[in-house]
Design a protein around this ligand. Structure first.
Ligand SMILES: *[C@@H]1O[C@H](CO)[C@@H](O)[C@H](O)[C@H]1NC(C)=O
Ligand SMILES: *[C@@H]1O[C@H](CO)[C@@H](O)[C@H](O)[C@H]1NC(C)=O
Length: 180
């Protein structure tokens, strides 16, 4: 008996001492659904459930939209959202747009999403990397919240969807070539 009990006790104690909770597929499904809903059906309640208070978002694409072709100048490499409250103030003023998650990849604490926003006339695709933290709460559908987002997407297409027009330069400098 004793021989059996000791390993069982060790098995109980060791993970408690060392384990760090990791994202499960179910956490990933919940967080990516909620993340999409914040774009397509924003509510402050959902933002509070999904994002930490200290949430920040880095995205030159978003800042480029905010910059609106220089009509409201922004530092393009600055933060897109500096806190959850800032995200909430900006998001509540925006019209909803479609948002479909097309793929997800994840590790212990980070989720990468490939997404499509099927806007008209231009579809927009993007990649968002969601860094999460463990924030258990009773009755919550996930014990993780999103703490930091890094995202880039086709902001040129999105500007056209917002009604901007893009005028090609008169010179022939219209293709981007990458050379070794
Ligand atoms: C969201 O959280 C803020 C505090 O960060 C609070 O003032 C606000 O009432 C909350 N909103 C909802 C709908 O829960
Ligand atoms: C989740 O947990 C937090 C912290 O305990 C709590 O404020 C929130 O209302 C909970 N519920 C949901 C549905 O997220």
């Amino acid at each position: 008996m004793k021989l059996l009990v000791l390993p069982a006790l060790l098995a109980l104690c060791l993970p408690l001492a060392t384990a760090r909770p990791c994202l499960s597929q179910s956490d990933v499904n919940t967080l990516t659904t909620h993340f999409g809903d914040l774009v397509s059906a924003y509510s402050q309640k959902l933002a509070n459930q999904t994002l930490t208070v200290n949430f920040v978002d880095y995205s030159e694409s978003i800042v480029t939209l905010m910059d609106s072709a220089g009509t409201t100048p922004k530092a393009l490499l600055g933060m897109a959202f500096t806190s959850r409250a800032n995200f909430e103030a900006e998001s509540s003023a925006q019209p909803s747009v479609p948002f479909q998650v097309q793929d997800t990849w994840y590790n212990c604490d980070t989720i990468t999403i490939r997404w499509l926003s099927a806007q008209i006339p231009q579809p927009v695709v993007g990649i968002s990397v969601l860094q999460t933290v463990y924030r258990p709460g009773r009755g919550n559908s996930t014990n993780f919240k999103i703490n930091e987002v890094w995202a880039e997407f086709d902001s040129a297409a999105w500007l056209i969807d917002l009604g901007f027009t893009i005028t090609p330069p008169s010179s022939k400098k219209r293709e981007i070539a990458f050379e070794a």
